[in-house]
Design a protein around this ligand. Sequence first.
Ligand code: PGA
Length: 250
Amino acid sequence: MRRCLVVGNWKMHGSVSAVTALVAALKNEISFDSHAEVAVCPPFVFISAVAAALADSGIAWGAQTLDEHEKGAFTGEISAAMLADLGCRYVIVGHSERRSLYAEDDSRVAAKFMAAQASGLIPILCVGENLQQREEGQALDIVQRQLTAVIAMAGIEAFNRAVVAYEPVWAIGTGKTATPEQAQQVHAHIRQVLSCADAAVAEQIQILYGGSVNAGNALELFASLDIDGALVGGASLKSDEFTAICKAGG
Ligand code: PGA
């Protein structure tokens, strides 16, 4: 039985005071024995503060990206080992904003996925089609290509310690959520692609949905067979909204 996982992606939002208040509220509202697994991914500069505040809670933390190199002359970048040192459990890789705004292609995403795992982090691999690709009926092919690129480089075994997030680009930050049927179709396809390589790996992996998830649509999405949680952007910045999504997960 896969547990529901709800991850907050705070993107480039917050301040020391705002983050402190948000984490205090989440700690209050999300009980230690929450049925869903919960994690938040703050901007790098707030990870230490969040880690200190959440150390004795059931809420995990992670980062929004990482550099694929181990260390060296990469000004401004952050390595997997640094994130592991801060107690991060997760790191998001291949978010559509990284792919489109920072030109991260499939092979770079795969390298980041592997770097994360080499330091013991759990990568949350994001895949998803844009609006044009959906309208042209290519959604399943795009997602399969993005996934296969990582399987080819990292190997299927690596997915025993990974999470996949299906995030249709047209649903991110737009208020336009995929219907549970649209999401379920892609989630089932992702599981099928993984299953072709290893059925046991496919069965245990958590596949999250992301794209305008909120307190009003979470329950319906989580009811779908292959949707095992959510990657939440905008709604994760509001403690009451995020808590409600976590509660919808069990
Ligand atoms: P959103 O973002 O919930 O604001 O649509 C999701 C994401 O980008 O992970």
